[in-house]
Write a protein that binds this ligand. Sequence first.
Ligand SMILES: Cc1cc2nc3c(=O)[nH]c(=O)nc-3n(C[C@H](O)[C@H](O)[C@H](O)COP(=O)(O)OP(=O)(O)OC[C@H]3O[C@@H](n4cnc5c(N)ncnc54)[C@H](O)[C@@H]3O)c2cc1C
Length: 292
Amino acid sequence: MNNYQEYLQAETVAEALELLAGSSRSTAVVAGGTDLLLELRQGRHPKVDRLVDVSGIESLRMISRDGDLITIGAGVTHKEIISSPLLQEHARCVVEGCGLIGGPQVRNVATIGGNVAHALPAGDGTVSLLALDTEVELVSAQGSTWQPLIEIFAGPGKVNFDRSKTLLTGFRFAARGDREASAFQRVMRPQGVAIAILNMAAWVKLAGSGAIERARISCGPAGPKPFRAQKTEQFLAGKKWDENSFQQASEILAGEVNLRTSPHRATKEYRHLLLPVLLKKVLDSAVGRAEQ
Ligand SMILES: Cc1cc2nc3c(=O)[nH]c(=O)nc-3n(C[C@H](O)[C@H](O)[C@H](O)COP(=O)(O)OP(=O)(O)OC[C@H]3O[C@@H](n4cnc5c(N)ncnc54)[C@H](O)[C@@H]3O)c2cc1C
């Protein structure tokens, strides 16, 4: 038996909003369906009467550069992200994060908008976008706004907007500047497919001296929401990336994350052991790239 009564395909954002707003029944947006359809089938999502498919909306499928801003449409698939020369140059951490999501079948249909809207603290696309200080565009019948991505999350799987009436349409962040670079890494269970034991992304800007001028670090699951390690970022500003700063940054990071034991993935203690390992890998990689 279907977990929905109607499946409607929108061709434009305006049409999708009309279909969402014009129903008194319970509605949900669907893109690749790799999270939502599974959750409906497994009874982890309340049944919906109407699904509005946004995967055919051309304006959500664009990857573009306008001046110093790079924009990724919410309907862009992970396959399209990893194949984009523009994103390989300007958003290496996003390319690396999305390149690890699922397998080729999942990456062919699953979208970056779906990864973010699902709001898991360790979504690989979400965590990688956070390191780029990304903004997200939310569109509803009331209008559209760009907001810092970090601000839309309300808890595990929860966002602070009405998902049945609001569309994410795109993400934007600054193009890569001189002596700037990013990287992403994660650790999975050997047979794991969907959620990392721990993931981490870093972005750095180096000063002429070779020291880190600014850093951004995001990781998950490190609390109920996708997380930016702001104390560690502040510590790293002005420091040379070496053994000493690595040791101190590891301690600060361990003090600001909220790692937990999850029955199917890992203990809190194991995650704490992984934290400095991932920090070293992403910073080594981002700093090395920024030096080139
Ligand atoms: C086998 C398998 C492996 C996976 N591996 C990984 C992994 O390694 N890492 C990882 O992070 N995830 C993984 N996932 C989860 C999933 O594939 C990703 O989160 C994916 O990016 C979701 O995108 P989607 O387009 O399929 O979303 P959908 O399932 O279509 O939607 C997900 C949620 O987002 C909402 N939504 C979708 N698009 C929009 C929009 N434009 N505006 C507003 N709301 C929207 C939907 O209503 C729903 O609530 C895996 C899933 C499977 C089945």
